[in-house]
Design a binder for this molecule. Structure first.
Ligand code: ADP
Ligand code: MG
Ligand code: MG
Length: 253
């Protein structure tokens, strides 16, 4: 049973002049297999920073705290090691790679995570099935990675990666922007197919919209770089009705 534990995580970024600015100020969160967690919060509260820090993005410096997966130190792992350990972090490969097709990229990623290259024909079958499930046009497989992808295509590709890599814990930063209702449904269905007894999901979102399709077991409200409130799925409804105002005040330091 996979367990991702985030303990008193503090993260800083360069502030653009000479110093650093602390963004995350002691985040505590545990995601276990079989659970879907939503992190919600106002813009600028540090939600994406949490995802980047767990992904190992070099711009985000962990100044203290711990992230472990089944007790293993995630922060000591390279980005590839994190993937092999069973963590899926959607923003790991957000870059445009002209000349590398979606299909080649996926095969490379699957090879890295499984430790051996899948047979071409089986891989093609697997990819076709996953793409069908996500209503992705077959021609998409030959597109250059992320080049000219629309918001919806990026999200579909993200979920396609997740389905192919079969991680144990997935961290998805749903910026939600650029997702039309159809794309939102496809992404949500992908998340719902993925979530099960052996897998855990941490879904980061600003809007409650996606939570009409994905039902979280736990909702955490983020403000000022930490979790300021927690509850069950009913908390998402409260946020939908009341917004983040009262939490925004709580988060100001
Ligand atoms: P959210 O995803 O909740 O909207 P972010 O994590 O993107 O919030 O940003 C939190 C704060 O950290 C914001 O004030 C943002 O400007 C700042 N920040 C995030 N990433 C960087 C970065 N790479 N460089 C400088 N400031 C950053
Ligand atoms: Mg602290
Ligand atoms: Mg964000």
């Amino acid at each position: 049973m996979a367990t991702l534990e985030i303990r008193d995580l503090h993260v800083s970024v360069a502030d653009g002049s000479d110093g650093t600015k602390e963004i995350l100020r002691g985040v505590d969160l545990t995601v276990k297999a079989g659970e879907t967690h939503a992190i919600m919060g106002p813009n600028g509260s540090g939600k994406s920073t949490l995802a980047y820090a767990v992904a190992g993005h070099p711009k985000y410096e962990v100044t203290s705290g711990a992230v472990t997966l089944d007790g293993e130190d995630v922060l000591a792992m390279s980005v590839d090691e994190r993937a092999r350990a069973g963590l899926f972090l959607a923003m790991q490969y957000p870059v445009e790679v002209p000349g590398v097709s979606v299909s080649n990229f996926l095969r490379t990623a699957v090879t890295a995570v499984r430790g051996e290259a899948p047979k071409l024909r089986e891989f093609a079958k697997e990819m076709k099935k996953a793409m069908d499930d996500l209503s992705i046009d077959p021609a998409f497989a030959q597109r250059s990675l992320n080049e000219g992808f629309s918001g919806g295509e990026k999200k579909r590709h993200e979920i396609l990666q997740m389905e192919m890599l079969q991680p144990r814990i997935a961290v998805l930063d749903e910026t939600d922007s650029g997702l039309d209702v159809d794309a939102l449904k496809v992404v949500s269905e992908g998340v719902n197919r993925f979530s099960g007894a052996d897998t855990g999901v941490l879904l980061i979102t600003h809007y409650t919209r996606i939570l009409r399709y994905v039902k979280p077991d736990f909702v955490h409200v983020f403000s000022g770089g930490r979790v300021v409130a927690q509850g069950g799925p009913e908390l998402a409804d409260v946020l939908e009705n009341e917004g983040y105002e009262k939490y925004a005040k709580a988060g100001v330091s």
